[in-house]
Design a protein. Structure first.
Length: 134
């Protein structure tokens, strides 16, 4: 599966909207084994700037907005996230970073595995070499 925007269910109600994520029918790209979120990100800061050898992620702007930049075998892509019922699926071997966070932005990340430092590729040149070798 390549990098792509996925819409999540949105149940509208006069009391507000509800969105959920489940994988009972196999429609979500992976089993979720870790959830984390980023918030209170100072203006002008960025997050990420790494790739994962095996980990897959799904990134959602729960509140506010930010930009996700990705690079993989299919090239570079930029996504503007500002909708809590849409997210970006980020497969393994994808360089990524987040920038241009709005005030009060909350970024939710669903991950296919727990944190493992040895799964990270933190050097861009190393990532490019690995990508070329594939």
């Amino acid at each position: 599966m390549s990098i792509e925007k996925l819409k999540l269910p949105k149940i509208k109600d006069v009391r507000g909207n509800l969105t959920f994520i489940q994988n009972l029918d196999g429609s979500f790209p992976f089993s979720i084994n870790r959830i984390f979120y980023m918030y209170d990100i100072p203006s002008g800061s960025y997050r990420g700037a790494h790739a994962h050898k095996n980990l897959e992620q799904f990134i959602i702007a729960i509140s506010g907005s930010f930009e996700l930049i990705t690079e993989a075998s299919e090239g570079k892509k930029s996504f503007f996230l500002n909708n809590p019922h849409e997210g970006i699926y980020v497969p393994s071997m994808t360089w990524q970073y987040l920038q241009n966070f709005s005030s009060g932005a909350v970024c939710l990340v669903l991950a296919s595995d727990v944190y493992k430092e040895d799964d990270y590729i933190r050097d861009y040149d190393t990532f490019k070499k690995l990508l070329e070798d594939d």
